[in-house]
Structure formats: structure tokens, C-alpha cells
Design a protein around this ligand. Structure first.
Ligand SMILES: [Fe+2]
Length: 394
């Protein structure tokens, strides 16, 4: 049980005891699941604190492969390397990465590889802990983790995995030398800014090419991670066999992570949608075999994500199954009841073969903004609210 301030309530919080107003009239039944109407009711009656059960959304649903601490130190290390390269550029020194900084990123790759060895039977769920201006660094770490996982799944040896991981971690290092502070820019870039930004693989290669201790594979990843199999990529537009498989791994992970991360100008896509788009729109650009291995390593419906089922019910994923990642365990909200008291049923899709996930809804958007009007922007939250309202009226 948790005592919460009314303005901290989120969807899924269950009221642990009946709530009465000052006149002794019942406002909410025990077990009610908070929605925006109830929130308004509580505010109207000056109820500032209530006790909740917090059953629907687990606080710590399932442990991630990479701890937040490792993610945090990895992101910081990448940031330090970027800062150093930027400082050198400003001072007119030749772009390179000093040894001490190289050792730091090598240690990060080693740490990620160690963590992945321990977590053999876990699927990767991206941890969202970034400040917006950390995007490039967080993205680099995510791409490194995803690339290492995919290379592992494809049976690369440890030495090659290390070189790929290092390449993935440094793949965007050229952005440090992009003109006009575009790396930190959160707004959508103009056409000319995009053009400048597209030079980052070449800038990156300039930075790494003469560093003797850096492996060849790592340098090639920095140089060619935006090349596509159909020749539509950059900087050279090379195609098919000209692009080694280890580069294709990083390219795919880079594309995927960009699609599934929130930016100020674009909302992140749900994982299953990003995977569909990659397979549908990018089918000639990416390597199908790499894609197959990649999808076996990531968690498609991470614990805590909102889903809609084929029977019309909604719920929140509480646990995934490593062997059957599209059929997780779900806490389903039973909205059929007329009363405010809404039941929660635990369903294991692995056992209920006739049920399947047809859609997702954005729990974060809903949690962040518990009011009806703010969903007018067409975000996933509106779908959920109208669904909840329809159900209530029916
Ligand atoms: Fe890039």
C-alpha cells in the first residue's frame, strides 16, 4: 500500500480503501482504478492524499539486462569522448581520440559484454533515463548493446563482438565535428543542416582512421554505418556485397533505435510497429538474416507497456516469456463491470492460445497527462480514453 498525493496518481493505481467526502458520502469504492473522471472528483472534493495498491503497473516489473548504473556510466563515457573531440576541434588540433579516452570506451564495451554474458536468458528492454540533450550519447550506448546482442546471436566470436561493439559505440563520433552545434539541437533540422549532418560518417572516419590501436572493423563501422544494401545510403552509396555483414548489424540497430526513441519533434514508435516498418519499407535496405537475429534479442512487448487484446480488453504487460516474446503475461483490466470497482485479471498469453495482442497504447503518455483535453493531439492516450468511455457507456 502507498500513500499518494492526488496529483501523483497514475492510470492503474487502485484505491485501497473507500474514499468519502467531508459529508461522509462515498466518492470511490475500494479497488477503483483511477481515471481522469475520478481524479476530477477527488480534486473537487479537496481530497489531497489517498492510499493506493499500485497493482496494475509494477514499480520494478522485470529486471533489465543492463543496469541503470551501467547505462549511466556508459552514456557519460561517450559524452566525455564527444566533448574531448569537440574541444580539440575548437583548438584547431587534429581530430583524434586520445588514448585515455579510448581506454574508457573500451572498458564500456567490456562491461556491456560482461553484463550480457550474465543475462543469457533475458531480452533487451531499452531503459529510458535520458535528458533530451543526451540523445546522441544514449543512442550510441543503445546501438552498442543491440549490436553486441545481435552479433552474439549470429555466433560472432568475442573478439569480433568487441570490435563491433566499439564501432557501434563510436559510430556517430563524427557528429562531434559537425558544424553549428547540430548534435545538441533538439528541433527538426533544416535541409542545409541535414546536409551538414550527413557528413558525420566522413568526419568520423577522419577522426578514427589514423588511430593505430583501433581495429579496422571499428573504423569501417564509423565510416559506413549509413550505407544501405540497395545503394541508397551515404556517404558513398555502396551496395550489397560491398557492405560487410558486421556493418549491416550496426546499421539496423541504429535505424531501429532512432525509430523507437522519443525526440522533441517526433514521438517514438511502439517496438512492434518499428519492426513492421523496417521489414516493410526497408526490406531492400537491410539484411534479412541480421533482422531475424536482431528481433530474437529484443523485448517486443516490454513489461509496463500497454496492450489491447483481440477480445477488446486492455492491459499492461507484467512479464515476458523468453521463448515466446510475442505472448507475454498481462494484467488485464476488466471494464465490463458497471460499478467503479474494476477487476484485474492476470492472463498468460502463452497459455491462452486464442487471444493475441492487436495494438498497443502509450502508458507513459497516459500517466503523464491524466486529463481528457490533452489527448486531443491524437496521441495514443486518446484512443484509450475513448475506449474507456465507450466501455463505460455501453
Ligand atoms: Fe550516424
Amino acid at each position: 500500500m502507498k500513500n499518494k498525493r492526488t496529483d501523483e496518481l497514475v492510470l492503474g493505481d487502485r484505491v485501497s480503501e473507500p474514499i468519502f467526502n467531508k459529508d461522509g458520502n462515498l466518492l470511490l469504492n475500494k479497488g477503483s482504478i483511477i481515471n481522469y473522471e475520478m481524479l476530477a472528483k477527488l480534486k473537487m472534493h479537496d481530497i489531497n492524499y489517498i492510499n493506493t495498491l499500485d497493482e496494475l503497473i509494477d514499480e520494478n516489473p522485470q529486471e533489465g539486462i543492463i543496469s541503470e548504473e551501467t547505462m549511466d556510466t556508459s552514456i557519460n563515457s561517450v559524452k566525455k569522448v564527444f566533448d574531448e573531440v569537440m574541444i580539440r576541434e575548437k583548438r584547431g588540433l587534429k581530430g583524434t581520440i586520445p588514448d585515455a579516452y579510448l581506454e574508457m570506451v573500451e572498458a564500456v564495451v567490456g562491461k556491456i559484454m560482461e553484463a550480457l554474458k550474465v543475462a543469457e536468458n533475458l531480452l533487451y528492454t531499452v531503459i529510458d533515463l535520458m535528458d533530451s540533450d543526451d540523445y546522441t550519447y544514449k543512442h550510441s550506448v543503445n546501438v552498442a548493446v543491440l549490436s553486441i546482442l545481435t552479433a552474439k546471436s549470429m555466433n560472432y566470436d568475442d573478439q569480433s563482438i568487441f570490435k563491433i561493439g566499439l564501432g557501434a559505440l563510436l559510430h556517430d563520433i563524427g557528429k562531434a565535428n559537425v558544424k553549428g552545434k547540430l548534435v545538441q539541437k533538439e528541433e527538426k533540422l533544416s535541409d542545409s543542416e541535414v546536409k551538414e549532418m550527413m557528413k558525420h560518417p566522413e568526419y568520423g572516419y577522419e577522426i578514427v582512421k589514423d588511430i593505430e590501436s583501433l581495429p579496422y572493423m571499428t573504423k569501417q563501422i564509423v565510416r559506413f554505418h549509413h550505407e544501405k544494401l540497395d545503394g541508397s545510403g551515404y556517404p558513398l552509396g555502396i551496395e550489397n556485397i560491398e557492405i560487410p555483414e558486421y556493418i549491416r548489424i550496426v546499421t539496423l540497430c541504429d535505424m531501429y533505435d532512432a525509430m523507437t526513441t522519443n525526440r522533441s519533434y517526433r514521438k517514438k514508435m511502439p517496438i512492434h510497429v518499428a519492426l513492421e516498418i523496417l521489414m516493410r519499407d526497408a526490406v531492400y535496405k537491410i539484411d534479412a538474416n541480421v533482422y531475424r537475429h536482431f528481433t530474437s534479442t529484443i523485448c517486443i512487448f516490454p513489461p509496463g507497456s500497454g496492450v489491447m487484446l483481440s477480445d477488446g480488453r486492455i492491459g499492461i504487460v507484467s512479464k515476458y516469456s523468453y521463448h515466446n516474446p510475442t505472448r507475454p503475461q498481462i494484467k488485464v483490466v476488466d471494464l465490463a463491470s458497471d460499478s467503479d470497482e474494476v477487476g484485474i485479471e492476470l492472463i498468460n498469453l502463452d497459455e491462452k492460445k486464442t487471444l493475441f495482442i492487436v495494438d498497443t497504447w502509450d502508458v507513459d503518455a497516459f500517466k503523464a497527462r491524466l486529463s481528457p483535453d490533452i489527448f486531443a493531439d491524437g496521441s495514443d492516450g486518446s484512443k484509450l480514453i475513448s475506449y474507456l468511455n465507450e466501455k463505460k457507456q455501453a
